[in-house]
Design a protein around this ligand. Structure first.
Ligand SMILES: [Zn+2]
Ligand SMILES: [Zn+2]
Length: 440
């Protein structure tokens, strides 16, 4: 029972997010684009800008939420007894480390060259992997546990999470701007529009109660509400008469509305029930659109620092956890930037993938297998190896060409090679003279 309550509590935020999404969709599409926007071109533009943002944000949200966690590969699995034996023997550590391709050291143990083992999951932790006590599992390249999703953000959904942050930001900005633009129109429709309704109702029903020459007073609003919500002519007349009698009549305040009580029917008036909420004078639509604006302003305010933080982390190929807990390399050195690939573009590719055109879509394109990650040292070694290989290849090619020419052309070949060398030497000395002349 207690477990069930805890489970429900953890999912409350997620359920609230779904409810808010559905309600926002109703407010925007129904109340704003269909009911408020009278102009078909305007509503088409709003709807066709709203839907791509809405679906991309929702798609990324669902992908972040529902993408299953990647399991720690079988070769990292180890029963606790074997680990207890290995833990005592550092030579076995080195062997296991190189066998599994683990580059980092478990810094929290304060001991160099120590592997990290997860007892609940029964596996040696790969590089950048952490056990999440909330998800009760080891998460590959764990970034953080997100309470808003009740899920971990890790290797399996990091790209989707980053995209979700961007899309929900764009979606929120769009909502706030367009809703704020529409809000005065709803205000006018509710107040000025009701005055028009009153006139219309007067013509239809024969009830005349609002003089043209003065603006609507509170009393008029109450009267309108009473008459418009009444279902029979008798009720309408009674309501109008009661309010007319109770209305204050001083020289400062406008005179009470005239009620001629010549209504023949108020059924058509009842059909156009006022949407004014008693006591506030505001319509449900106005309040809902205002609430949408308020909620999404709060979303924007909380997203700005989050986006900034993740942009910085991605630029350096650092996870949220690593930012707070720098890691060490078994080969020496430590810091938050040990997985920095040397350029922002290269670091972005680690999460977003190699194909730029796939970056905006929540399809899995992150590089690597989630357990092995290149480090800067490897990059430098690769560059050095490439340079050495290129130099060796050039030297070998030159030697082979010289030998082939000498063998093929005999003594004449030697002369040819000497001549060619002299020609190259000559060209270089000419270039040298030109360089001198230019920069003297
Ligand atoms: Zn674990
Ligand atoms: Zn988690």
């Amino acid at each position: 029972m207690e477990r069930l309550e805890k489970l429900q509590l953890e999912w409350v935020l997620v359920v609230m997010e779904f409810a808010t999404t559905a309600w926002t969709y109703y407010v925007y599409v129904w109340l704003i684009c269909i009911q408020t926007t009278q102009n078909r071109v305007e509503s088409t533009i709003l709807l066709s800008a709203f839907h791509p943002l809405f679906f991309m944000a929702l798609w990324c949200f669902l992908k972040t939420l529902l993408t299953p966690r990647m399991a720690v590969p079988a070769e990292f699995k180890m029963d606790a007894k074997t680990w207890d034996y290995i833990e005592l023997d550092t030579s076995l550590h080195d062997y296991t480390r190189s066998h599994l391709g683990i580059k980092t050291v478990a810094s929290h143990r304060g001991q160099a060259k120590t592997l990290s083992y997860c007892y609940p999951c029964g596996n040696i932790k790969p590089d950048r992997c952490h056990h999440c006590s909330r998800c009760k599992a080891c998460v590959l390249r764990m970034d953080h546990h997100c309470p808003w999703l009740n899920r971990c953000v890790g290797f399996h959904n990091h790209k989707f999470f980053i995209l979700f942050l961007h899309y929900i930001f764009a979606y929120s900005v769009f909502l706030v701007i367009t809703c704020t633009g529409v809000l005065p129109r709803i205000w006018r429709r509710d107040w000025v529009g009701k005055a028009t309704d009153i006139k219309g109702v007067s013509q239809k029903t024969g009830v005349s109660f609002v003089p043209k020459e003065r603006p609507l007073s509170e009393n008029d609003t109450a009267l309108t509400l009473a008459i418009l919500t009444s279902s029979t002519a008798k009720e309408a007349k009674a309501a109008a008469a009661a309010i007319a009698v109770s209305a204050p009549s001083s020289s400062a305040s406008p005179p009470p509305p005239m009620v001629t009580a010549t209504a023949t029917t108020a059924t058509s008036a009842a059909g156009t029930k006022a949407s004014l909420i008693a006591g506030t004078g505001l319509s449900a639509a106005f309040l809902q659109v205002s609430l949408v604006i308020l909620i999404y302003i709060l979303v924007i305010i909380s997203l700005v620092p989050l986006l900034q933080m993740h942009a910085e982390l991605m630029a350096g190929n650092v996870t949220t956890l690593e930012q707070f807990r720098p890691i060490g390399l078994a080969t020496g050195g430590s810091g938050v930037d040990i997985f920095d690939m040397g350029s922002v573009a290269a670091n972005h590719r680690q999460i977003m993938g190699s194909h730029l055109w796939l970056w905006p879509f929540p399809v899995f394109t992150s590089l690597g297998d989630g357990v092995h990650f290149p480090v800067v040292v490897v990059v430098i070694v690769v560059v050095v190896v490439v340079v050495v290989v290129v130099v060796v290849v050039v030297v070998v090619v030159v030697v082979v060409v010289v030998v082939v020419v000498v063998v093929a052309a005999g003594a004449g070949g030697v002369v040819l090679v000497v001549k060619a060398t002299a020609s190259v030497k000559h060209t270089f000395s000419k270039l040298f003279l030109m360089y001198n002349a230019l920069f003297r």
